[in-house]
Design a binder for this molecule. Structure first.
Ligand code: C2O
Ligand code: CU
Length: 380
């Protein structure tokens, strides 16, 4: 855990502030911290053996950078499966002038819980779970560290506009998130502002974030549900409760309609409000990448290669770069680029779901942050 808490404590700063975080490594393995989504200088990016030496047990490392742009982010260990063991937390960079009005906000951290993997307590050797590509069986799905039976309470008052920062640092779970009794207006994708769009549900892959506004106009106690869409069935739950509600808890079996129907946000619905989200410049360089898995192996590949035995994609500072991905596997892959925002459709993001079974996604970005950067699937 970070500072003995799970999820790690929320780090909250204002846009443009200089943030300094001292990492003291008290776990018996090397570690690093990655500031997922924030375009930090390369040496602050926290990728072991790529941007820094891993921080050994008992050692410390100082991360320091200017916190911008504003938005909802997360921080996590970038070593092995430490994120899955609990080394994760939310990072919020507040806007100097918010482009949306709201009266109250909550950070909503979704997660899949796995504890007590016996092999991991030995600390060394293979971290594979013995189920191949199917992955481990999670014990529960959580919101803000709490299981559905003991949910976190989000108190609101009638008439308020409530901003929910939905953050998914889970290791292997994409959630479909919906709130009973309410629609949600998406106002940020990853960290960046988008034209408000009202939906019944959002699909949030590992590493993605969405900020939504909920108009509190329907008093009561309501389930906020994140349902796992793959492999393992199950849901995470929190409760949105009006201060003046007569009911203390949602009615038995109450389920948001958006979990199984209604309007689901898709990436193509997003329109960024910032000028960068409309850059139409032709690419100077294009990569066509195939995402695949191999039968009879636990491996996942980009163009047949797997890090660290992978040829770097070489680009030059100032270039406009296009990446077109085709997913030949049966699993979706939330692909994450470090150090940069990319334009996908008409929005800026840095993590995007590439759908399974020949799904295709193309993004463009400007190479404006020199260094060696990871580009990877966020499924641990
Ligand atoms: Cu959250 Cu390399 O990423
Ligand atoms: Cu993947």
């Amino acid at each position: 855990m970070y500072n003995g808490r799970f999820p790690g404590q929320e780090i909250r700063v204002r846009e443009g502030e200089r943030l300094r975080v001292v990492l003291e490594n008290g776990v018996p393995e090397s570690t690093t911290v990655h500031w997922h989504g924030v375009p930090v200088p390369n040496r602050m990016d926290g990728v072991p053996a790529v941007t820094q030496e891993p921080v050994r047990p008992g050692e410390s490392f100082v991360y320091e950078y200017v916190a911008e742009p504003a938005g909802s982010y997360m921080y996590h260990s970038h070593v092995a499966l430490q994120l899955d063991r609990g080394l994760l937390g939310p990072l919020i960079i507040e806007e100097r002038s918010p482009h949306v009005d709201y009266d109250r906000e909550y950070t909503v951290v979704l997660d899949d819980l796995l504890t007590g993997e016996p092999r991991l307590t030995q600390g060394r050797g293979s971290m594979m779970m013995g189920r191949g590509a199917a992955g481990p069986e999670y014990q529960a799905f959580l919101i803000n560290g709490r299981p559905p039976a003991d949910p976190s309470l989000l108190e609101v008052r009638r008439g308020e506009r409530v901003r929910l920062r939905l953050i998914n640092p889970a290791s292997q779970t994409t959630f479909r998130v919906a709130l009973a009794g309410h629609r949600m207006t998406v106002v940020h994708a990853d960290s960046r502002p988008v034209e408000p769009i009202e939906v019944d549900a959002v699909l949030i892959g590992m590493g993605e974030r969405y900020d939504v506004i909920v108009e509190a106009g329907n008093p009561g106690a309501w389930n906020l549900v994140g349902t796992s869409i793959e492999r393992q069935r199950g849901s995470a739950r929190a409760v949105l409760r009006y201060a003046d509600a007569s009911a203390n808890a949602p009615a038995q079996g109450q389920r948001p309609a958006g979990i199984s129907g209604g309007r689901l946000l898709t990436v193509s619905d997003l329109t960024g409000t910032e000028p960068e989200s409309r850059i139409g410049r032709d690419p100077d360089r294009t990569f066509a990448l195939t995402l695949s898995s191999r039968m009879m192996s636990d491996g996942w590949f980009i163009d047949g290669e797997a890090f660290p035995e992978a040829e770097p994609l070489e680009i030059h500072e100032g270039e406009r770069v296009r990446v077109s991905m085709t997913n030949r596997s049966m699993m979706l892959h939330p692909m994450h680029l470090h150090g940069h925002f990319f334009r996908v459709g008409n929005a800026l993001k840095e993590t995007v779901i590439v759908p399974p079974h020949m799904g295709q996604v193309t993004f463009d970005f400007t190479a404006d942050n020199p260094g060696d950067w990871l580009f990877h699937c966020h499924n641990l």
